[in-house]
Design a protein around this ligand. Structure first.
Ligand code: SAH
Ligand code: SF4
Ligand code: F3S
Length: 478
């Protein structure tokens, strides 16, 4: 369904007398949350607002929130205390959206303690934002626009991307998995997949604009179209990709179609669920030209008992076998993962199982999290919550092992040639260029700025834990 945005952005321009206004945005969550922020930026840009990082000069301050772990809440409430003065001084409009706004106790707290907030909107009502903003300006009354039911997947929302080389493209919304620690299914609703032709059109358009890398987003990308199938809907979509007609009816066939698009040199996807990693997806990656041979395979825990209580639906052995099966079929494949430490009831033995998996699978990157209790999730009500001190000690031990393993892995890169997509200059030194390997490792090297946006072949000369250094003598365009 097409979103009705233009009508409202035109009205906003009119009441602002076509004067350019300024806005600031704070994005607090995952890549899907970032993509939503790009849509919010696209909407307000169309309404005549230009971005500023200086909160003091903003006419509109937007927060796009996350609630997957507790620290996100502290961050939001801290920032709100800070922006209150701008509201008082110059009537800045304050709008808060995103996952945390789907939590009733948070909205209650906002209404009680932060009454100066103008607009509160949720994950299912992002497309209403221009209408909400218009009403907040005109009627000067507080707006709460939150839906408990799953919103429609809208197309045609303007998207403003700051990055001109890499872009993310959502392929589905929501999650049906209900891992017992996780709030996401409660705040993002059930799985809804986008129509494959809409995804293909968006990627073809990005390729035309010069984008080189695409990351497909979803909470569980490998169940793309599965919920439609389960409802008995016909999911054999005839699509056209790069002028070629084909059928897309699964995640694997979507990958095959996107791999045909000219100009896109890298396709990544996050996150697949190990329980749904089917052989057709492995084959699609193995036979592809552009799909990166780095697979993010969230482990969460290495203990079969904990995995069971997390409702992950795989065992330690099944995870290890899957990693082996993928490695067997895709030469040079690499892995990254997410791990939670200190899930309720996690014993020393359980934790050692996690360490065991980390020592067996040579992960390129391990994203580690301390278990955080989330109101409304089953794990929050479990007995045997692990004391904070033990959680932190385990986290430090996991971090030490993961870093040792990453260092060993990094050393294997030294002396090899790697294709690096050059993204820009280094944040800390503008005479150094930075890019990433297919396995998503950062590579810094000296080179001229005209290489930005190009794929180059670099010899790796040293490793520094969070980045590799490439040699400037060996640059070849590829
Ligand atoms: N859908 C994705 C990502 C979900 S959120 C997936 O299934 O992989 C990203 C990561 O946050 C999760 O993989 C998990 O490791 C972590 N996470 C989720 N809930 C958490 C919680 N309550 N405490 C700590 N970490 C959590
Ligand atoms: Fe959360 Fe699990 Fe869904 Fe990922 S798969 S979003 S961890 S419930
Ligand atoms: Fe993402 Fe946080 Fe929502 S991880 S889906 S922004 S709860």
């Amino acid at each position: 369904m097409e979103a009705n945005i233009k009508e409202w952005t035109d009205k906003i321009k009119e009441i602002n007398n076509n004067k350019t206004k300024k806005f600031s945005i704070m994005t607090m969550g995952c890549q899907l949350n970032e993509n939503d922020s790009e849509k919010l930026c696209g909407i307000v840009d169309q309404a005549g607002y230009k971005k500023t990082d200086n909160l003091e000069e903003a006419d509109l301050i937007l927060f796009n929130t996350c609630c997957v772990r507790e620290n996100a809440e502290d961050k939001l409430f801290g920032k709100l205390g800070e922006v209150k003065k701008y509201k008082e001084q110059k009537g800045t409009i304050i709008a808060i959206g995103g996952c945390m706004m789907q939590e009733k106790h948070i909205v209650h707290k906002l209404n009680e303690s932060y009454p100066f907030v103008d607009i509160i909107f949720g994950t299912h009502t992002l497309e209403n934002f221009p209408k909400d903003l218009y009403n907040a300006i005109v009627e000067k009354k507080k707006i709460e626009d939150i839906l408990d039911i799953d919103g429609i997947v809208y197309e045609g929302v303007p998207t403003y991307r700051e990055d001109k080389i890499k872009a993310s493209v959502p392929i589905m919304n929501g999650c049906n998995n209900f891992c017992t620690y996780c709030i996401v299914p409660f705040v993002r609703g059930r799985e809804r997949s986008r129509n494959p032709q809409d995804i293909i059109n968006e990627v073809e358009d990005l390729a035309k604009q010069g984008y080189k890398e695409i990351t497909l987003l979803g909470q569980n990308v490998n169940s793309y179209l599965v919920s439609q199938k389960q409802k008995g809907e016909d999911v054999d979509f005839r699509v056209v990709a790069n002028g070629e007609e084909m059928t897309v009816n699964s995640f694997a066939t979507l990958l095959i179609a996107l791999d045909k698009i000219k100009g896109i040199e890298r396709i990544r996807f996050v996150s697949p669920h190990p329980k749904d990693f089917t052989d057709d997806v492995i084959d699609a990656i193995a036979n592809s030209k552009n799909i990166c041979k780095l697979i993010h395979l969230p482990l969460q825990s290495g203990s079969t008992e904990i995995l069971k209580r997390m409702n992950r639906k795989y065992t330690k052995e099944e995870y290890l076998k899957l990693a082996e099966r993928i490695s067997g079929r895709i030469p040079d494949v690499t892995f990254s993962t997410d791990i939670i430490v200190g899930f309720p009831g996690e014993t020393e033995e359980d934790f050692e199982d996690t360490l065991d998996v980390v020592s067996k699978v040579n992960f390129e990157q391990v994203y580690m999290f301390i278990y955080s209790r989330r109101v409304g999730t089953p794990a929050d009500k479990m007995e045997n919550q692990v004391p904070e001190e033990i959680k932190h000690k385990r986290f430090d031990r996991l971090k030490k092992l993961a870093e040792e393993m990453i260092e060993i892995r990094n050393k294997e890169y030294i002396g090899t040639y790697q294709k690096v997509l050059v993204e820009g200059t280094s944040k800390t030194n503008s005479s150094i260029l930075t890019g990433r390997t297919e396995s998503n490792k950062v590579v810094n090297f000296e080179g001229s700025e005209n290489l930005i946006g190009k794929m180059v072949n670099l010899k790796i000369i040293s490793e520094h834990m969070w980045y590799l250094k490439g040699s400037c003598d060996t640059i070849q365009n590829v």
